[in-house]
Write a protein that binds this ligand. Structure first.
Ligand code: ATP
Length: 314
C-alpha cells in the first residue's frame, strides 16, 4: 500500500477548466472521500490519479514516486491501482471466478482458493464463484468488482461512486462490507461520492471539491463542526444559519449562548448569503472574531457545537 500525493493538479477540457491547483494527501492505509456536487471534477481527479487522463500541470505521486507530471506519465496498468467503477464494470461473459481471476497475477489465476479468499474478504459466499454477473444482485456485483480490484494487492484502490446505483438498504449493507474489506487489507483508498452521509460515515478524511477546487480537507467530525464556509456548511449537513453576536468565544444567537470553537468559517468569493446582516468574512474585510480577540463583537454564522454529530468514521 502507498500514500497518494496530488500537488497543484490542474486539468482543462478545451477552454473549460475542470480542476484548478488541487493539493491532496491521502495517508497510507486510510480512506479519503472526495465529496462535491455534480460536475465539480471528482471523477476527473480520480481518472488523473488512475492514469486514464494526463494533467495539464501538477503531479500525482504514489508513495515517493511521481507517476504523472514533471514530464512523466506512467501507464495506468503499471501504477498498481485498483479501480471500482460506478456500476462494477464486470465482464458479462466471465463468471465471478473469471472476473476476480482477471485481477490476479498469471500464476495465481487457476487458484480457486485465492478466489474463495477474496470472495470471503468482501463478505460473499465462495459458492457464488461459478455464477455469471447477471445472476448477482447489484450489491453483490459491486463486491465482486471490489474483490477483482483488490486481487493484485494494489498500492491504491479508487472507487467511483460504487454505491450510487443501489437502493437504500442494499447501499448501507454494501458500504459496510466494502469498509470492512478495505480495513481488513489495510488498503489506501479514495472514494468518490456526492452523498454526504456516505462520506462522513466511511472516510478517515473528506476532501470537499467545488468548481474544480479543493475547499476543505479534514476529518469528518471537524468538517461537520467547523465547515470552512457557508457553502460547505449547507452542503455537508442540514444547516440552520443564524446571525450571532460573538463575544469571548460564545455566540449569542436565537438559540441562546452557544460556545464557539476557536475557528470561524470564513466566506470566500463563493459565499451565497446575500443578507446585509451576514457576518461571514469577505475578502478585504477583517475577521469578525479570532482566538485572542475576545473583546470583539460582531455578527457571525457558525454551526452550533451542541448539535448532534454524524456517525463517526470507521
Ligand atoms: N472527457 C471530457 N471532455 C470534456 N469535458 C469533460 C470530460 N470529462 C469531464 N468533463 C467535464 O468536466 C466537468 C467535471 O466532470 P466530472 O465527471 O469530473 O464531475 P463529477 O464531479 O465527477 O460529476 P458527477 O458527480 O456528476 O459524476 C463536467 O463539466 C464535465 O462535463
Amino acid at each position: 500500500m502507498s500514500s497518494l500525493t496530488v500537488t497543484a493538479l490542474t486539468k482543462a477540457f478545451g477552454a473549460t477548466p475542470v480542476l484548478t491547483g488541487v493539493d491532496l494527501h491521502v495517508p497510507e492505509g486510510s480512506l479519503t472521500a472526495l465529496l462535491g456536487p455534480s460536475g465539480c471534477g471528482k471523477t476527473t481527479l480520480l481518472r488523473l490519479v488512475a492514469g486514464f487522463e494526463d494533467p495539464d500541470s501538477g503531479t500525482v505521486a504514489l508513495a515517493d514516486r511521481i507517476v504523472a507530471g514533471e514530464g512523466r506519465s506512467v501507464a495506468a496498468r503499471r501504477r498498481g491501482i485498483g479501480f471500482v467503477p460506478q456500476e462494477g464494470g464486470l465482464f458479462p461473459h466471465l463468471t465471478v471466478a473469471g472476473n476476480i481471476s482477471f485481477g490476479l497475477p498469471r500464476g495465481q489465476r487457476r487458484d480457486g482458493g485465492r478466489v474463495g479468499e477474496l470472495l470471503r474478504l468482501v463478505g460473499l459466499d465462495p459458492s457464488l464463484a461459478d455464477r455469471s454477473p447477471h445472476q448477482l444482485s447489484g450489491g453483490q456485483q459491486q463486491r465482486v468488482a471490489l474483490a477483482r480490484a483488490l486481487a493484485p494487492a494494489p498500492s491504491l484502490v479508487l472507487l467511483d461512486e460504487p454505491f450510487s446505483s443501489l437502493d437504500a438498504g442494499l447501499r448501507e449493507e454494501t458500504r459496510q462490507a466494502v469498509s470492512a474489506a478495505l480495513a481488513a487489507t489495510g488498503a489506501t483508498a479514495v472514494l468518490v461520492t456526492h452523498d454526504q452521509a456516505e462520506a462522513l460515515s466511511m472516510a478517515d478524511q473528506v476532501a470537499v471539491l467545488r468548481s474544480g477546487r479543493l475547499v476543505q480537507l479534514t476529518d469528518p467530525r471537524t468538517l461537520y463542526r467547523s465547515p470552512s464556509d457557508l457553502d460547505v456548511a449547507t452542503f455537508v449537513g442540514e444547516a440552520v444559519v443564524l446571525d450571532a453576536d460573538v463575544r469571548g468565544g460564545t455566540a449569542h444567537c436565537a438559540l441562546g449562548a452557544v460556545p464557539c470553537e476557536g475557528r470561524w468559517p470564513t466566506a470566500g468569493p463563493g459565499c451565497s448569503c446575500a443578507r446585509s446582516s451576514c457576518g461571514w468574512r469577505r475578502p478585504g474585510r477583517p475577521a469578525p472574531w479570532s482566538p485572542g480577540s475576545a473583546a470583539s463583537t460582531s455578527t457571525a454564522t457558525t454551526r452550533a457545537s451542541a448539535w448532534p454529530s454524524p456517525t463517526g468514521p470507521r
